[in-house]
Ligand binder design. Sequence first.
Ligand code: NAG
Ligand code: NAG
Ligand code: NAG
Ligand code: NAG
Ligand code: NAG
Ligand code: NAG
Length: 450
Amino acid sequence: MFASTAIVTTLLCFFSLHPSFGQECTSRQEIQSSLKQIQKFLSAHEASYLQVLRNLKKKINLLQSNTLKQTTKVINSTCTKLDAPLNGRKLGKSHSVGHEVHFLCDPGFELMGSESRICQESLTWSGQQPTCRDVNECVSSPCLNGGTCMDEVNQFSCVCAKGWAGTTCQSPVPTFFVTMTNTSAATSTVNTAAAATLPAATAGPFVRPSRCTIVQGTTHCTCEPGYTISGRDSNTCTDIDECELFHNGQAGRLCLHACVNTPGGYRCSCPAGYNVTRDGRSCKDIDECATRQNNCTKDQMCINTYGGFQCVRVDCPKIPNATYVKTSPMRCERNPCPVENKLCSQTPNTFSYHYLAVVSNLSAPRVMFRVSALRPMGDTLRFALLGGRLARRHFTVQRSERLTGQLMLVSPVQGPATVEAEVEMSELERRVQLGRYITKITMFVSQYEF
Ligand SMILES: *[C@@H]1O[C@H](CO)[C@@H](O)[C@H](O)[C@H]1NC(C)=O
Ligand SMILES: *[C@@H]1O[C@H](CO)[C@@H](O)[C@H](O)[C@H]1NC(C)=O
Ligand SMILES: *[C@@H]1O[C@H](CO)[C@@H](O)[C@H](O)[C@H]1NC(C)=O
Ligand SMILES: *[C@@H]1O[C@H](CO)[C@@H](O)[C@H](O)[C@H]1NC(C)=O
Ligand SMILES: *[C@@H]1O[C@H](CO)[C@@H](O)[C@H](O)[C@H]1NC(C)=O
Ligand SMILES: *[C@@H]1O[C@H](CO)[C@@H](O)[C@H](O)[C@H]1NC(C)=O
């Protein structure tokens, strides 16, 4: 108590030595005696701290050796050996306390019970011994179109409803079976109706004779895939019109564009300017610009569009009191203005041209184009939409970042159509215009949504 008071007094004295305190400090001798007291006080504390530290160290050592002893004891103890489940595996060989084993099942089986078990201090395993159960593949209803699923080990099979085939009954190319009773017990294969015996009107690639087999007095008649049994005696096969049958099928349409029925099958067709894709069902745009299927002249640029192409040519605008020169195929820059020509400095500094090819009925809203200032000039940057009524109906311009404006499509455009829009970017410094930059965007909208 005395010591701490001394410290405070002395420190006060030291701090008061600063002239701004305007206080006289106690004599030099007084300071010296105070310092001595502080020293005493500190050494007493030092000794007591050292003692505490020594005690702590002792306690830690004791704890450490106890823990070591315990660990040694633990490591020595093991749980009983565990077996892998039937049709499964066990991961982890150690059966010591604290160790874990994991269980896996072979493909086609699912684990029931504990996925992992721990050897506990009581030398027993946590959890339940797992088993591997045959997965019922039919649970996910893999058979389509009314097919019945049969579960087998690691697989399934489908018994398809009439008119469907394939491993999951996905295929719309059915084979029909017809059963007729016949008292004759002979077994033979006959073509019940040769093409020549059919009436001329029904003969052709869409009508064929059926193939019948008589087994123990029962006649089974079959048709090739894509045909269905018809006729009074099941002796003819008639082509199935898949295009008609699957016009608005549950599984979606057969073709992206048009379906053409063929004898025993169908094929998809695409409009001019598209090729049928590899899967035979969709249409892919032909790039006429890349394949020289275009007739654009040398001074024109070819723009590939969906289903066609466009030949475009950039001509710099003619504006009074300003001259523009083409600095690249898609850009015009104004020549420097004479100082005295005020009208000239009000005209746009540059015109840039961009061409977009899009499909019909593109969903909106969406960003179609971005215009950015490379470096900030002036204190204000403005973006505006120029252009006619059509442009205003389908577009707006909004700022997306400090130096960027974006042209947004706000309502879908039905093709075929060509829509033009102009984005104006202007830089100002204290409301005085420093520059104007025009970007002309031409959007070629195709006739189809692909
Ligand atoms: C550990 O097991 C061995 C034999 O497996 C035995 O000799 C030893 O005494 C055991 N130690 C302890 C601490 O139980
Ligand atoms: C049964 O089959 C025989 C031999 O193919 C045929 O001659 C006979 O007309 C058939 N009978 C009937 C009722 O279809
Ligand atoms: C498109 O199909 C035609 C024939 O149908 C073929 O000559 C042409 O190479 C195809 N084009 C592309 C780009 O695949
Ligand atoms: C290019 O061909 C199209 C028809 O495919 C025709 O309408 C057009 O006039 C032609 N253009 C030129 C520049 O020859
Ligand atoms: C604009 O150009 C015309 C000639 O093309 C000239 O007579 C007129 O003075 C110019 N205007 C200005 C403001 O420089
Ligand atoms: C445009 O697309 C929407 C769905 O995205 C559709 O509902 C609408 O019928 C389409 N319009 C036309 C004309 O195809």
